[in-house]
Design a protein around this ligand. Structure first.
Ligand code: MLT
Length: 312
């Protein structure tokens, strides 16, 4: 018989490459990069495939309406915005674009670390306002980096930091010995990492087991005067505790690409990001020309492979 065209919904902003490739094939594509969750809930029943990034939340109440859904394609890495347990119970397959944004996120990590150490953002604002002050910063060279979550992005970041002249410590529940050897680093306990690192990078995947892994107990262990860089997910840290430590100066600076609410809504969250020793970027880790091309390629390759594997 004639196979019906598969209905695809793209919920978030993706590279045009993805749209062009899908349209060339047997797909009916609906591109709604700003779709609100109410509208998504009302219209999801007609789709076989949903492609999304981190803005869209595929919660159970939305997935319950997705009676025809067969594949969720995450055009990115983290699946924390998808109720994967419920999807599994319904036999809905979840695919990602793992590995697509590694270099982009690693480069951003280093940029944020240098920006904190040299106070770049406030100095830029000063200069533009006619205030010409030589603020004294710190070198990264000779210091210790602690990387929480030593996957692809962790390794890629560590390679750059190593070449700058940093020592590398890492913490991960899975200790990839081969990877750590590449940068002459060491796996240590979370407490050892926190108490010995001058720059702490949070690069862990958000899951039930990594949610709030940095709370009061851990923050107490952080070496005084260290800098914290987060390009993972905000939920890994207890935000109110972090705010206290930033205000006391125990943590010298915080640079983040992620927030608890994107954009921020809570008062404490707004207070946190308004601090001069806090740098915030709007979830741009994977937002480069190169990464978004790769995201499109990897997502589609994995999607087409899954379609043929499922024979749909
Ligand atoms: C990811 O997990 O890949 C990030 O959230 C980036 C994104 O999709 O924008």
């Amino acid at each position: 018989g004639v196979t019906k065209k598969k209905n695809v919904l793209i919920c978030d902003k993706v590279d045009s490459l993805m749209l062009d490739e899908l349209k060339k094939r047997e797909f009916d594509v609906n591109y709604e990069p700003e779709i609100a969750s109410m509208k998504l809930k009302d219209s999801i029943e007609k789709y076989d495939i949903v492609i999304l990034r981190s803005r869209t939340k595929l919660t159970q109440d939305i997935l319950e309406k997705a009676v025809n859904l067969k594949i969720i394609a995450r055009a990115g890495i983290g699946v924390d915005n998808i109720d994967t347990k419920y999807a599994k119970s319904r036999n809905i397959q979840v695919i990602t674009a793992a590995g697509s944004s590694t270099h982009s996120v690693a480069e951003l990590n280093v940029a944020l670390a240098v920006s904190l150490a040299r106070n770049l953002i406030p100095l830029d604002i000063n200069s533009k306002n006619g205030i010409w002050i030589k603020d004294t910063g710190f070198e990264l060279s000779g210091k210790t980096s602690g990387i929480i979550g030593f996957g692809r992005i962790g390794l890629s970041t560590a390679k750059i930091l190593k070449s700058i002249g940093m020592e590398i410590l890492a913490y991960d529940i899975f200790e990839n010995q081969e990877a750590i050897k590449e940068v002459g680093g060491h796996f240590v306990s979370m407490n050892e990492l926190l108490s010995n690192s001058d720059f702490i990078f949070i690069l862990v995947t958000l899951s039930d087991s990594s949610s709030n892994i940095i709370g009061e107990e851990q923050m107490k262990m952080v070496k005084s005067g260290s800098f914290l860089i987060n390009t993972s997910r905000s939920e890994v840290i207890d935000g109110r505790v972090l705010l206290n430590y930033l205000e006391s100066g125990r943590i010298k600076g915080y640079a983040t690409d992620v927030l608890w609410n994107e954009p921020p809504t809570e008062e404490w969250e707004k207070t946190l990001i308004s601090k001069p020793n806090v740098i915030v970027t709007p979830h741009i880790g994977a937002q480069t020309v190169e990464a978004q091309k790769r995201v499109a390629e990897y997502t589609l390759n994995n999607l087409f492979a899954k379609i043929s594997e499922m024979g749909i």
